[in-house]
Design a protein around this ligand. Structure first.
Ligand SMILES: *Cc1c(COP(=O)(O)O)cnc(C)c1O
Length: 396
């Protein structure tokens, strides 16, 4: 496959040249001040991207999945009850991980295409007068369906119930691309990775930890060693790691946060919103719909396009890869075959997005879809020409 075309998978995302260069470096001693000079600015930048006013950040050589595991292992004990909704492949995988660790997961089955069920969470938390539920899990952006959940709303549900449970949020495909306010939204554990909004290769698991979650570390009884926050935080005090850090990736991260902060987080979010709205206008021009049930749920980082009856969305992805050498995302789990996904996060411009839309049109036309070549591209072009117009989203 050519490396000239951008990818339109919802992670890993396109890597800007500056970040590829930053990751490619000679070996340095990770116990020397040279490492500290890389690591400290990276962490300081991550805190800003996460919207952290307090607490700690830990960065493991791992992926987002490792962040899920680290979050529960450092704060919970075998047999603890957690509350979660299953409404896509990623929320499902986190539930599965909790179950394999021996947690009792109270699962609220939610239609795929819907977001975290705020009212059902509130009801479950109010009914839990004995405070058996130790944590509430929410997936900010369900990458499988292109659904953004109302994280502030879930916090409101926890508060309305006066419930002391920890609030854990998967922000892997939203952090660095969509507004995220760890402290303001009362999030206790925020999980992400390097390969989505941070535009880097996979390999870093990034976890924001609130003071309330830090206070649980000593009592938590789930087995942990590699992912023990305490070892990590102790080593940080001397500028180091309890094991060998992924130095090149961390150097990339320092440059990545610099890029995001120099563009300005609000501008980064507005760019994602603008690109996403153009993609949705293209989808509408094709006579199709996003999998997300309502505009308030539309993700700014990925659109899962529901294909017409009689078509298999996976074929679009296969055709685009085989003939045009462009990568889109297949449907996963319950929506396998029913959708194909256009990732529009990370290092992306309107012009790049137009090339993806044009490619999707060619692939669909090849497969006999009832679409007119150029229709989606034209709809997106019209929108992108009105520079600066940010999608009118329903109030959060
Ligand atoms: C990509 C992703 C993950 C983590 O995947 P890894 O491959 O382990 O990095 C978790 N949650 C969401 C919502 C994601 O998009």
């Amino acid at each position: 496959m050519t490396s000239q075309n951008p990818v339109f998978i919802p992670g890993p995302t396109n890597i800007p040249d500056a970040l590829r260069k930053a990751c490619d470096m000679a070996t340095l001693d990770h116990r020397s001040p040279a490492f500290r000079a890389i690591f400290e600015p990276a962490v300081a930048g991550v805190r800003k991207v996460l919207g952290m006013e307090e607490g700690e950040v830990v960065i493991f050589p791992a992926t987002g999945t490792g962040g899920w595991e680290a979050s529960i292992a450092n704060t919970l004990s075998r047999g603890d009850t957690v509350l979660a909704a299953r409404h896509g492949m990623f929320s499902h995988r986190w539930i599965d991980l909790c179950q394999r660790h021996g947690l009792n997961v109270r699962v609220i089955e939610t239609p795929w295409g819907e977001g975290a069920p705020v009212a059902a969470f509130e009801e479950a938390l109010k009914a839990d007068t004995g405070h058996e539920i130790k944590a509430v899990l929410a997936t900010h952006n369900e990458t499988a369906t292109g659904v953004r959940s109302d994280i502030k709303g879930v916090r409101g549900a926890i508060d309305a119930a006066g419930h002391p449970a920890l609030f854990m949020v998967d922000g892997v495909s939203s952090i660095g691309s969509m507004p995220f306010e760890m402290s303001a939204w009362g999030i206790d554990l925020a999980v992400t990775g390097s390969q989505k909004g941070f535009m880097l290769p996979a390999g870093l698991s990034i976890v924001g930890i609130s003071p309330k979650a830090l206070a649980k570390m000593e009592d938590a009884r789930l087995a942990r060693c590699f992912f023990d926050f305490r070892d990590m935080l102790n080593s940080y005090k001397t500028g180091g790691y309890p094991f060998t850090p992924a130095v090149g990736l961390l150097n990339g991260l320092a440059v990545s946060v610099d890029m995001l902060l120099s563009e300005g987080l609000d501008n980064v979010y507005a760019r994602h919103a603008r690109i996403a709205e153009g993609v949705r206008r293209a989808v509408a021009a094709w006579g199709m719909k996003p999998c997300a049930a309502r505009p308030a749920l539309y993700s700014e980082t990925v659109t899962a396009v529901v294909v017409p009856e009689g078509f298999n969305g996976t074929d679009v992805v296969t055709q685009a890869a085989k003939v045009y050498e462009v990568a889109f995302g297949v449907g996963l789990g319950e929506v396998a075959g029913k959708v194909f996904r256009i990732g529009h996060l990370g290092s992306l411009t309107e012009v790049m997005a137009l090339s993806g839309l044009a490619t999707a049109e060619m692939a669909m036309a090849d497969l006999g879809y009832p679409i007119k070549l150029g229709s989606g591209v034209a709809a997106a072009q019209e929108y992108y020409r009105e520079k600066g117009e940010v999608a009118a989203l329903a109030a959060e």
